[in-house]
Design a protein around this ligand. Sequence first.
Ligand code: C5P
Ligand code: MG
Length: 234
Amino acid sequence: MSVAAAELGTTATTSATSSPAFDPKEVTVIFVLGGPGAGKGTQCARLVQHHGFVHLSAGDLLRAEQQREGSQFGAMIKEYITEGKIVPMEVTIKLLENAMRAAMSSEAGEAKEAGANGGVKGIPARRFLIDGFPRQMDQAVKFDETVCPSSLVLFLVCPEPILLERLLERGKTSGRDDDNAESIKKRFQTFVNTSMPVVDYYRKQAKVVDIDSSKSIEEVYADIEKGIAPVLRA
Ligand code: C5P
Ligand code: MG
């Protein structure tokens, strides 16, 4: 077990020999990928409203950990995020696993009242949207092995000039350390060089549904509904 995992309150699930922590027959995981500004968070919020998913954004979890008082990773996370680099996977996977476990052990209805997901009261959360993860091949392999293999990958495709425009607009109010021209450039590079191989990897497994996310929020959402229908029926 790594120091990072120990600090984040690990269980035994990340040891080399274990099977995934969650059974994909009982838990549905959809990865939501796409460049920065592609609309991952926006579309996930809609899916939560309509289908009772639990939405876990890797970036949001990292930002929360960065701000958590006493976190030994705060400074490191801030540096990675500002540089548009991928935070070492032990930290991100453990944050995700902890959040999944917390959602599974609370009743979805209670979580809904707390604004965390759109579940049905009394039914344990079992559908997860994992947003902005995996962003690097090692994260993909490790998560599939130790947490839960995904059922589907929604890939939001959008040309870079549109992404840039959206991020600069968001940067006026987001307060994020990385919604500025310099960080955005680095995030685009990381996306192309480091994150696209993950999409290609899942494409070979026939798990990827491509969504044109340059369109309006409503149009994109309608395409997503069609794309996820087979998984929701399962
Ligand atoms: O998804 P989001 O744009 O919120 O991610 C912000 C930053 O968080 C990324 O640019 C990266 O530095 C970090 N991150 C990461 N690993 C992930 C997701 C996000 O290192 N899987
Ligand atoms: Mg986001």
